[in-house]
Write a protein that binds this ligand. Structure first.
Ligand SMILES: [Zn+2]
Length: 295
């Protein structure tokens, strides 16, 4: 079926396009150890793939797909299997911008009650145009609309007292996206497992150090970074939302999931998610990870 492509604007046959790259959902499905992922909007329903709909033509999908393939093969999968020094080239910034562009394009205008100022609204339009120009090789860099990448690790212990009990599972495993900000800042936020991509629209006065993705290349490695303290509040809120969605799973569904885990215990214990669950259990106690139906 023909329609106007959201990226190039041409009338062409449109593909089933993802907001977040499909490889992330394949990874999530394998990582869960049970072979299935659940939508947080309706946790009783299994979702085999991420949110997708017809909005890009085949040419634009193909362009985005090249960046996704490079990112998946050279950064995402190596890092998740324990390789923590990764040299990157031009593909990383292109990939981050393509993700931020899709989130901005999809989310903008969908939340009618979001209290954006007129300045923020015009910056969103400017960011969308600049990111599109950069992806089309018509602009050499994203200008002020920088991309920042934060890679999370398992929190073994913390002095922060009120973290949600699923915090490690959320930080290492969750896949989600949003537009976030405050009265003086706006950015797109994509969480692809341990990789968190922030697309700056209005940077605000907060300091970001060691997280900016460069045009030509650089090195991803563990090290000291400075990010706004407000991000912790964002991660906590998102983790709490994920936990609340899980607690909405019916007891019949829980029994099925628990049986599936027990039947597949070897597969499950080797999965990356198992170590995050163990980290949550040692931080918060076993009650945090067992599903117990209160009677
Ligand atoms: Zn197109």
């Amino acid at each position: 079926m023909d329609g106007a492509c959201a990226f190039c604007g041409e009338q062409k046959p449109l593909m089933d396009s993802h907001v977040l790259p499909a490889f992330v959902f394949r990874w999530l499905r394998n990582r869960s150890g049970t072979g299935h992922i659940r939508s947080t909007e309706n946790p009783n329903r299994r979702v085999q793939d991420g949110l997708k709909f017809r909005w890009l033509c085949g040419d634009c999908e193909g362009r985005f797909c090249r960046y996704e393939t490079a990112f998946a093969a050279k950064a995402f999968h190596p890092w998740h299997s324990g390789e923590y020094r990764i040299a990157y080239e031009e593909w990383l910034l292109k990939f981050c911008v393509s993700v931020s562009w899709r989130i901005l394009k999809y989310t903008r205008g969908r939340n009618k009650s979001a209290p954006y100022s007129n300045e923020q609204k015009s910056l969103m339009a400017a960011a969308e145009a600049r990111w599109r120009a950069f992806l089309n090789d018509e602009a050499p860099h994203p200008a002020q609309f920088e991309q920042h990448l934060l890679i999370s690790d398992i929190v073994e212990s913390t002095t922060i007292s009120d973290l949600p009990t699923n915090f490690n599972r959320f930080m290492t495993g969750a896949v989600t996206f949003d537009i976030v900000g405050s009265e003086e800042s706006v950015m797109t936020f994509a969480k692809l497992g341990r990789f968190m991509i922030f697309g700056m629209i209005q940077k605000g006065t907060d300091r970001w150090e060691g997280t900016k993705i460069h045009v030509k290349g650089g090195m991803l490695k563990p090290g000291k970074v400075v990010v706004p303290a407000g991000l912790l509040g964002l991660f906590k809120e998102k983790a709490e939302n994920a936990a609340a969605a899980v607690s909405n799973i019916s007891s019949a569904q829980r029994a099925k999931i628990n049986k599936h885990v027990i039947d597949n215990i070897d597969c499950f214990s080797e999965s990356d998610q198992f170590s995050a669950i163990m980290a949550d259990a040692s931080m918060f106690g076993n009650r945090a990870v067992l599903w117990k139906d209160e009677t």
